[in-house]
Design a protein around this ligand. Sequence first.
Ligand code: PLP
Length: 404
Amino acid sequence: MVKVNDNYLKLPGSYLFSTIGKKVAAFSAANPDKKIIRLGIGDVTQPLAPAIIDALHSAVDEMADAATFKGYAPDLGYEFLRSAIAKNDYADRGCDIAADEIFVSDGAKCDSSNIQEIFSLDNKIAVCDPVYPVYVDSNVMAGRTGTWDPATETWSDVIYMQCTAENNFAPELPKETPDLIYLCFPNNPTGSTITKDQLQVWVDYANRVGAVIIYDAAYEAYISEENVPHTIYECDGARTCAIELRSFSKNAGFTGVRLGFTVVPKELKAGDTYLHGLWARRHGTKYNGAPYIVQKAGEAVYSPEGKAQLKEQVAYYMKNAAVIYEGLKSAGYTVSGGVNAPYIWLKTPDGMSSWEFFDYLLEKGNVVGTPGSGFGPSGEGYFRLTAFGSYENTVEAIERMKKL
Ligand SMILES: *Cc1c(COP(=O)(O)O)cnc(C)c1O
C-alpha cells in the first residue's frame, strides 16, 4: 500500500506568516478605521526597472515569430546569461568563475532546498540560529535532521550556530564538525554581514575539515561597506569548498518573475566525486530551464542602463533602511542590520517576547513586523522590520513607533 514520505509529518507547523496574517486580519476587522503599515514581509514593492521591461517586451515579440521563437531553454541556462553573470558578478570582482560553472534556475529558494539532494543523508548540517527556514525544512523533508524537540525548538541532528548581539550576529566555528554549512550574508533575518577576513576563516575551516559551504548571497546588491565580500569566491580556496546561491529577486525585483543561479566550481569534490557533474545531472533531469523571456530580462540586469536603474532601486530601499535604523536608534531602541541589507533587527524593549512586541506594535502603532522567534530560538527577544515598503509608509511607521 502507498505510504507518504513521513519525514514531512515531522515538520512542526511553521505558522509564522499565517499567524501574522490572522492577527492582522482580526485587528483590521475590529479597527476598520486604522491604517496598518506592513514592514513584515520580505518582498519587494517597486516595479521592474525600464531596462528590464524593455527586454521582456522584445523577448515576447521574438516568441511571436517562427524565425526567433524559442522552445525549451538549455537545462543549465542560455550562454548569453551565463557569460554576463560570469563577467559581471565574478570576473569584474577578480573572481575565477567560468560561465559553465553557473547553473541558471528559477530562484534561490528552490536551489537552496534542492542542493541537499546531491549529498548523503548521513551528512550533518550546520545552520545559523536565527535562520532562513528553507535550509532546515528541506533537510527535514529529506530525513537528515533527526527528531524535533518542541521544548528547545531544535532538531537533534542539526548543529545550530547562535547569532546574537553577543557575537555581533556572526556565527562562530561549531564545536561539533558539520559536513554541510549553510551561510547567508548579508543575512536574512538579522541584516548582519561578516567581513572578508571572517569569511576566509570559514573557507579555511571547511577545506580543513572537508565540509561544503552553501553560501546564500541573495542580498549581495545591498552591500555598502568596503570590506564585506560580495561573493564567497573572493576568499582563497573557496573553489574547493563552496557552492554559491544567487537570486535576481532582491537586486532586481524578480520575486514574481523568477530567476536565480547556483555556482558549483569544477574543482569542488565530496570525497572522490566532483559535485559539478552531480548538480548538472540533477538539474538536467529535474529542471527544464528558466524561460527565455526571463533570461533575457536577467541579461538586461547587467546592461549599463539596467545597472544604473537597479542601483537607484536598491538605494530607494536602503534610504528606507536608514530611516528605520536611525529613527529607532534615536528613539532608544537597540538596532542592528540595515547597512548592508534591507533588514533591521531590533531588540524588543522592556524584555518583551517577540510575539508580545508584535501584538503591542500592531495594537498601539498599527505597524506589522516579523517576530524574531519565528526564525529560530535565538531570535526570541528580537524583531525584524524590512525596508521593502514605500518611503512614505516607512517614515510614517517610524514616526508612530517613536511616539509609543
Ligand atoms: C529572498 C531570499 C532568497 C531569494 O529567493 P528567490 O527564490 O530567488 O526569490 C534566497 N535566500 C534568502 C535568504 C532570501 O531571503
